[in-house]
Design a protein around this ligand. Structure first.
Ligand code: SF4
Ligand code: SF4
Length: 290
């Protein structure tokens, strides 16, 4: 079972939910930090055995002696990473997604591929949690290929939790594809609702079953609950607006460790979402309401 934890914007508690589900599960689980521009899951875990692999993508290099400036490569590249004006093409390597298409369409075989580093993938362990995280190099905009490298380390048969990047853009889609279920984390505010609606559109577009986690419940209004009820979206969990949770977070502590009374509700949700049960109910009552 692959569970993606996502949200329409940053700062909603997405990483908190992913981490606490992983810890509360209490059995071997993979935790993938796919927020490769700003990975922060590692800050909350006591890690051992860290290993690092550099990740590169293939970018084109043109042999000027073979190129006749036909421009076919530039016409093919949808990212405008290779451009020809009837001359040897210009290459903007930082925009290249490494798809290899330009080399394939070049009629004169003038393009060869060279490696360009985009970041690294790190693996480590924290008890039952096997962490995989991507770290995008500063200045690199190639989050999706690095996320795919992170996900390539998923071990079949072992439950996995993917901590998605915030928002609804390409890196989020790269994270969500292939998941079995998405937990969308939001806050009970008008902004939270707006971003939740965008996230819901995205998962519906992908065709991914999903539910909602309301964080800081009790601090805002009922619009998110009403929206979920109106759209028949299951509210999986409501995490109360508890000052002690914020204090634990600021000390780098997990909720389920600092406040053991929350262990049961996270464990119950982890059991429902990670156990590989054939289907998550289309609607069920929140496990916790303030
Ligand atoms: S490899 Fe793909 S993305 Fe990169 S320049 Fe060629 S066509 Fe464009
Ligand atoms: S497709 Fe090949 S030959 Fe044509 S402009 Fe590009 S590199 Fe040159």
């Amino acid at each position: 079972m692959i569970l993606a934890v996502a949200s329409g914007k940053g700062g909603t508690g997405k990483t908190t939910v992913a981490l606490n589900l992983a810890r509360a599960w209490g059995k071997p689980v993979q935790l993938l930090d796919c927020d490769v521009e700003e990975p922060n899951v590692h800050l909350f875990l006591d890690l051992a055995g860290t290993e690092r692999e550099i990740v590169s993508i293939p970018v084109p290099e043109v042999d000027e002696s073979l190129c006749d400036g036909c421009g076919e490569c530039g016409k093919f590249c949808q990212y405008h990473a290779i451009v020809s004006f009837g001359t040897t093409p210009l290459i903007f390597a930082e925009m290249c997604h490494g798809c290899g298409g330009c080399a394939l369409v070049c009629p004169r075989k003038a393009i060869r591929e060279v490696k360009r580093r985009i970041g690294a993938v790190e693996t480590a362990r924290a008890g039952d949690i096997a962490l995989v995280q991507g770290r995008l190099d500063v200045g690199s905009a190639m989050a999706p290929p690095l996320i795919r490298e992170v996900k390539a380390r998923l071990r079949p048969g072992l439950p996995a939790i993917l901590d998605a990047p915030p928002g609804t853009s390409c890196p989020v889609v790269a994270t969500l594809r292939g998941a079995d279920f998405a937990a969308l984390v939001t806050e009970p505010t008008p902004f939270g609702l707006h971003d939740l609606e965008l996230a819901v559109e995205t998962v519906r577009e992908i065709g991914l079953p999903f539910g909602v986690v309301i964080n800081r419940s009790g601090s805002g209004d009922d619009r998110v609950r009403d929206y979920c009820a109106g759209q028949n979206i299951p509210v999986l969990l409501e995490i109360p607006d508890d000052r002690r949770i914020a204090e634990a977070y600021s000390r780098g502590k997990l909720i389920v460790e600092a406040l053991p009374e929350y262990l049961g509700i996270f464990r119950t949700l982890a059991e429902k979402l990670l156990s590989g049960a054939a289907a998550v109910p289309s609607a069920f009552s929140p496990l916790f309401s303030p």
